[in-house]
Design a protein around this ligand. Structure first.
Ligand SMILES: Nc1ncnc2c1ncn2[C@@H]1O[C@H](COP(=O)(O)OP(=O)(O)OP(=O)(O)O)[C@@H](O)[C@H]1O
Ligand SMILES: [Mg+2]
Length: 243
């Protein structure tokens, strides 16, 4: 589904160049719930933004459904993002002047889909994230956890093949965090959408099927915590996964 090959990235500042990701290789299976774990500054958001096509790497390839997004032109990439990729942000990023329903419908406004169908899809998703009664309220009238549910519904409305989430529970208390993770897990199972979640919390990562740990911009380990017995060994180190 998603494959990262020989990925390196350096941020340039004048003549200075700081290498923040070094020779990263891994793949994510279709329908997998995948966590990128690492301490602050380890390069998680940079890696996520590269995979989501929000910036170009210094070196390497990123294949999503067999398309190398590194080689795509900006126009093609923008179109690819609109149709294949969904986002969930730590700070929800909802538009304050649109209702909950209108926020969820927004990604479809750029596609030629009838307003009545948009509305129907948005209401269905709102039900799936458990707050159907909030459709006509504004984001400011919702709690943080409810706003994140709206943002999850919005990310799903284009039926993307992969959803990227940067610290989606970072602003939430433990109980709400658990509720949001349950919703993500349920949607992952029912819709077979691939989720790639950045977190610095082990508890969050443990809920997923595949954990990749970054340390100082390097891949430290790749681990499938809930793997079935019949599969290959549960824990492997980077070199083995990449072999
Ligand atoms: N635009 C930028 N220009 C220069 N350096 C950057 C830029 N963005 C990130 N960095 C550097 O790259 C490194 C990795 O940053 P990144 O945001 O990917 O870390 P992170 O793992 O997401 O951390 P956190 O958990 O704090 O969000 C850091 O040392 C950071 O200072
Ligand atoms: Mg980050």
């Amino acid at each position: 589904m998603l494959r990262v090959e020989g990925l390196s990235h350096a941020f340039k500042n004048g003549t200075e160049s700081t290498l923040v990701l070094q020779e990263i290789n891994f793949h994510v299976r279709k329908g997998e719930m995948f966590a990128l774990l690492g301490s602050s500054g380890s390069g998680k958001s940079t890696l996520l933004n590269l995979m989501a096509g929000l910036m170009k790497p210094t070196e390497g390839h990123i294949y999503i459904a067999d398309h190398d997004i590194v080689k795509m032109s900006e126009n093609k990439l923008a179109e690819f993002r609109r149709t294949h990729i969904g986002f969930i942000f730590q700070a929800y990023e909802l538009l304050p002047n649109l209702t909950v329903r209108e926020n969820i419908e927004l990604p479809l406004v750029f596609q030629s889909i009838k307003p009545s169908l948009r509305k129907q899809k948005a209401l269905k998703l709102l039900e799936q994230v458990g707050i159907p009664e909030k459709a006509e309220l504004f984001p400011s009238q919702l709690s943080g956890g409810q706003q994140q549910r709206v943002s999850i519904a919005r990310s799903l409305i284009t039926e993307p093949s992969v959803i990227f989430a940067d610290e989606p529970t970072g602003n939430l208390d433990t109980k709400t965090e658990e509720e949001i993770l349950e919703i993500l897990k349920r949607l992952n199972q029912t819709m077979n959408t691939t989720f790639i979640i950045v977190t610095h919390e082990h508890e969050v990562a443990q809920q997923t099927q595949h954990i990749l740990t970054l340390r100082d911009g390097k891949l430290e380990s790749s681990f499938r915590p809930n793997r079935e017995k019949s599969d290959a060994p549960a824990e492997t180190h980077a070199e083995e996964v990449l072999a």
